[in-house]
Design a protein around this ligand. Structure first.
Ligand SMILES: [Zn+2]
Length: 323
């Protein structure tokens, strides 16, 4: 079942009115969509699809005779700026949205350092820094702003090589002679990546169009954790979100899209639906704890039309590009 009669979950992160000039790293650019592009996409989908809530997913997945395709809008990380912009749009078009909350982020309301790093490098170039994680060192050279994207991807590669959770990067990991180092936390806040507070999450819920899911406690890739830690991430985030919002949680999304068989088995005890980041449509035989989503890249939002129309071709294209 593909094309206009399938069920598709779309995965968004940030929404903004403009793209900041320091957004040069591919992953941050592709995680941001402009409001006008988002609205264009919504209007395109409204002509062809019905927008549904995750609480309705069970009934539609089981029905093979759908009169039209279905769309579920999902937003990972529940960023403050995104919530502010999206709720009025959900009201304007009367469509539902599912927000995945990382509980430590909602409580601290602090942008994790890893998301301010790009902006800091952009403003600090030329700069040489050394990142030290668990005794391993990696030098990052940024002779000009043209090298910021490469330095940021090198940092992400380094963290993933060491299985070091990006959300835990802090100032003590970064050494530089640069005078601006002490401003790392204070002055380089990246507005687009500031997490929404519990108050804001509850404000979004009061629209009646928003559903909440778990994006775990700390946003660490679950596949790197012990069985006990994975369980704790799933259980504690669920309990906290339910107590802070009064909502019953049905869904989770896996940080960094990292899942394996063991993670899926643990998730079964806590959630009805688990959303991954691999593309495709939601069919009757889909594993409910490994539900595909289409990543909507901010730099090429029209790609979603191709994804929906030609999922097989796009899957091949992603494979070719190593995505
Ligand atoms: Zn995330």
């Amino acid at each position: 079942m593909i094309g206009s009669h399938g069920i598709y979950a779309l995965m968004f992160h940030g929404l903004a009115n403009t793209v900041p000039p320091y957004f040069v790293f591919r992953d941050t650019r592709t995680c941001l969509i402009l409001v006008e592009e988002f609205e264009r996409l919504i209007r395109w989908c409204l002509k062809r699809y019905q927008f549904i809530k995750v609480s309705e997913l069970d009934s539609f997945v089981k029905t093979n005779h759908m009169d039209c395709g279905k769309i579920i809008l999902t937003f990972d990380d529940t960023l403050s700026h995104t919530v502010e912009l999206i709720v009025p749009l959900l009201k304007k078009y009367q469509i539902p949205g599912l927000f995945f909350v990382t509980t430590d982020w909602a409580t601290s309301e602090e942008t994790p350092l890893v998301f301010t790093f790009e902006k800091w490098l952009w403003h600090s170039a030329p700069i040489e820094i050394t990142v030290t994680i668990n005794g391993h060192k990696r030098g990052l050279s940024v002779p000009s702003r043209a090298y910021v994207a490469e330095a940021v991807s090198e940092l992400w590669r380094f963290m993933f090589e060491l299985e070091f959770p990006p959300s835990q990067l802090n100032k003590s990991h970064i050494q530089s002679d640069h005078e601006d180092l002490h401003h790392l936390f204070a002055d380089y806040e990246s507005l687009a990546w500031k997490p929404a507070s519990w108050d804001m999450i509850n404000w979004a819920l009061s629209s009646g169009l928003v559903e909440i899911g778990s994006h775990m406690v700390t946003h660490r890739p679950l596949t790197w954790l012990s069985k006990e830690d994975r369980e704790q991430e799933m259980r504690e985030s669920k309990t906290e979100i339910e107590s802070k919002t009064g909502e019953k949680l049905l869904a989770c999304s896996y940080p960094h899209g990292a899942i394996d068989e063991a993670t899926i088995n643990i998730a079964k005890a806590y959630y009805r639906w688990g959303f991954s980041s691999k593309g495709g449509s939601i069919t009757a035989d889909v594993d409910p704890l490994d539900v595909p989503r289409i990543h909507v890249p901010g730099e090429r939002p029209d790609r979603v039309k191709l994804e929906v129309k030609y999922p097989h071709i796009m899957r091949a294209a992603r494979f070719m590009n190593g995505l």
